[in-house]
Write a protein that binds this ligand. Structure first.
Ligand code: IMP
Length: 431
């Protein structure tokens, strides 16, 4: 029987999925991205070097691992090539990467429109990464999108391109923006196809073959976080795909029966970038301290992240949606030195306590966190490798997170390096 594992962000993104995926990717035969695009920023640190990935799966550093960009992604060929060039410059040249023929393609007008839609929202702007993710998914669902496999069939690509630009150029004109010349785009994309063509294939076939091979280990790498899910997140302040483990079958082209174990990656506190209500947000020097100690600045946009206490309302909600078997608690070391640490266990909405997030951001904005307080610790924990060696108060904090979310903590990260990882539940080493 093959082993599968889903790594999924359980807050508002940036939880440290890159590190956890990389941890397991070192033993995975295959790593599959199933949603999102180059709006993600996955940081992987090993051997004293730091690497940033946007759309390429985190298994790229292991030459034996097959990396798949699944059909559920939106793929920007220009940015994939730029990402690969950066990896080549750092000596990462021995890898296996495949892109689904069915993945939606991000075209140059998508990022232009992303910026224009945001500008049109004034103060209500979403704060997108401006990578064209929303417009690319919109065109996919409006059935005027291009797909990566179209690049392999130039005549068909040209047909689809003309049809798309007939609509898109009209929209761009209405917005007073420059239009695109089909011939120029065609020529540019045929050049890109020369580089990426050999990687574009039926990845669903590849993933199913791996799943049907005994002892193969297949890792599914979620991007963003479940609170940014287009279905279940803080709509409209969300991304345009569903990072949840429930998206894996559709976005990878496999049956639901293969999705068995899901690790929810969550910081020991919360962060979010972009706009939208954030009940446990800190506006004081405690938040500033966490931002500096945790280097909480976006890997894609460089924006300072908003900081808040751990939100167990969100934790319970995402645990349920994601079918989480374990938490990976990230950046626990960043909380060292605080006298008191708070955990939000419920929301007060208009005088009534509620246990899960309301569906509208209007209500969420009125939610006041109900906190419990835990005593902090002062010790530096960045070199600790075993749970039992953590300070008593740090252990109590972790155990409390388990209690208030109902999900066991399987691993803890106490620093950016692969080595700075504490395995709490040895069962995780079975993957
Ligand atoms: P988009 O995905 O670029 O459309 O942006 C929509 C929202 O999702 C914005 O609030 C972004 O900041 C947020 N977002 C998108 N990708 C990530 C990510 O990888 N980490 C954190 N936030 C993200």
């Amino acid at each position: 029987m093959s082993e599968t594992l889903v790594v999924v962000g359980s807050q508002w993104g940036d939880e440290g999925k890159g590190k956890i995926t990389d941890y397991f990717a070192t033993r995975a035969d295959m790593v599959v991205r199933y949603q999102g695009g180059n709006n993600a920023g996955h940081t992987v640190v090993f051997g004293g070097n730091k690497y940033s990935l946007q759309s390429i799966p985190s298994g790229i550093f292991n030459p034996k691992t097959v990396n798949v960009m699944g059909n559920g992604m939106v793929v920007n060929p220009v940015s994939v090539i730029a990402e690969l060039e950066k990896l080549h410059d750092r000596g990462i040249t021995d890898y296996q990467l495949f892109i689904s023929t069915r993945a939606a393609m991000v075209m140059p007008w998508h990022s232009v429109l992303d910026g224009a839609y945001e500008a049109g929202l004034g103060n209500a702007l979403i704060g997108t990464t401006k990578k064209g993710i929303g417009p690319a998914y919109s065109d996919k669902y409006s059935r005027i999108g291009l797909r990566m496999g179209d690049l392999l069939e130039p005549d068909y690509f040209r047909e689809r391109l003309d049809a798309a630009l007939a609509v898109k150029n009209r929209e761009l004109e209405m917005l007073g923006l420059p239009t695109f010349d089909p011939q120029q785009v065609f020529d540019q994309y045929m050049e890109l196809a020369k580089v990426l063509g050999p990687m574009i294939t039926d990845t669903s076939r590849m993933v199913n073959d791996a799943l049907n091979t005994p002892d193969k280990r297949v890792l599914f790498e979620g991007a963003q976080g479940m609170m940014l899910c287009i279905e279940h997140g803080t709509y409209p302040y969300v991304t345009s795909s569903s990072p949840s483990a429930s998206s894996v079958p559709v976005g990878a082209g496999i049956a639901p029966k293969w999705v068995r174990n899901a690790i929810g990656v969550a910081k020991a506190y919360c962060t979010r970038v972009g706009s939208g209500p954030f009940p446990t947000e800190l506006f004081d020097e405690i938040g500033d301290g966490i931002r500096e100690r945790g280097h909480e600045y976006g890997t894609v946009t460089g924006r300072p992240r908003r900081i808040g206490w751990f939100d167990a309302v969100v934790g319970r909600y995402t645990a349920e949606l994601g079918g989480l078997s374990h938490w990976a608690v990230m950046l626990l070391d960043v909380l060292s030195g605080l006298d008191t640490i708070k955990i939000c266990v419920a929301y007060d909405l208009d005088g009534k306590q509620i246990q899960s997030p309301p569906s509208t951001i209007a209500s969420l904005a009125r939610c006041k966190p109900v906190y419990i307080e835990m005593p902090g610790w002062t010790e530096d924990i960045t070199g600790i490798k075993e749970f039992d060696k953590l300070p008593e108060n740090a252990k109590a904090y972790v155990r409390k997170l388990e209690e208030v979310t109902g999900v066991p903590v399987g691993m803890i990260s106490v620093g950016p390096d692969r080595e700075q990882t504490i395995i709490v539940d040895p069962e995780l080493n079975n993957f």
